[in-house]
Design a protein around this ligand. Sequence first.
Ligand code: ATP
Length: 363
Amino acid sequence: MSHLRINELTKKFGSTIAVNNFSIDIKKGESVVLLGPSGCGKTTLLKLIAGFTKPDEGLISVENKVISTPYEVLPPDKRQMSMVFQSYAIWPHKTVFENVAYGLTMRNMRKTEIQSRVRDVLELVQLTGFEERYSTQLSGGQQQRVALARAMVVEPSILLLDEPLSNLDANLRVEMREELSALHKRVGITFVYVTHDQAEAMVLAQRIVLMKNGLLVQEGTPKDLYEKPKNSFVASFIGVANIFSGRPESSALDEKNRIRIKTSCGSVQVGRQTQQADLSKDKIFFCVRPEWVEFPSGAFDPNANQFKAKILKRQYYGKTINYEAAIGEQEISIEAKFKHDFPVGAEVTVELPPDRCVCLQEN
Ligand code: ATP
């Protein structure tokens, strides 16, 4: 059953359409990440869900109860939701205990109940023993955990997180995103998480919702978006993509559901997502991920999507070696296993496995 339903939601600021006719159903306990470039409307959508902003069109409901329409918005504190902000927003003059207990004190809860809830939630975020510290005496990661504990202590049914890790340094970010993912699995509440960091989205999301200009471009599991991107925006936003363009050589799929596309490199067989191809078009696009490009060991076989290429750049990473190579005029990135070690200038054979060539819709 849908927990949170967003139905044809639109929010405008003057001539900017921050959220554009946006619809999504989120299941109870699901972890959904809103991902997209700066200005695509992620925070506005989160604020609409939280009840800080009124939509211009559409509605939001939780468990079939409508909570936002253009005419009426249930206030944030009546929504059983908590929000964690990028800036933590914890009070420096209060202790960890006082910060976390604040929401419960406001509800006139009994002292013993408050103590027990705060103790439990601090244990959950691994801050037991820090109760009497002031936030000025905490590291960035610990402050972020206080913000999380404060949001969780009121037992929300939905937790909204707006780039909560963006103020942390790179190592701590990696550590905290794993902790957050583990926390979500332990508590099982619905997470709606905003980020523009695709690696963070891959770790935290059961479902990624990729946005651009206020619109939902594609949603799916991290694997879906990585392996079956809808268009070149998705392919390039989630990881690195070599995008090719060319003309379809026939008007129908072959017996293996592949198409042949005439490109500047020659004829390429494309095997995945061919249902997206409009074979009547003069120009269609496909992509291949850098790690999907192979260096075949046998004799050159042009019928197996093999092409002659020249190594232009080489970056050695130990486990892998990254290359920039040219197949004719087309430059591609390749992430190769360490055993495929070629110098710059080497003439090599590369293979684009047909079922790793993914047909794209036009943007
Ligand atoms: P970022 O990742 O940079 O935080 P975002 O995806 O969260 O970006 P939003 O903050 O939702 O994007 O903004 C979406 C669009 O709406 C932007 O063009 C922004 O300038 C505009 N916008 C947001 N809030 C307001 C406001 N209060 N007044 C006017 N324009 C706004």
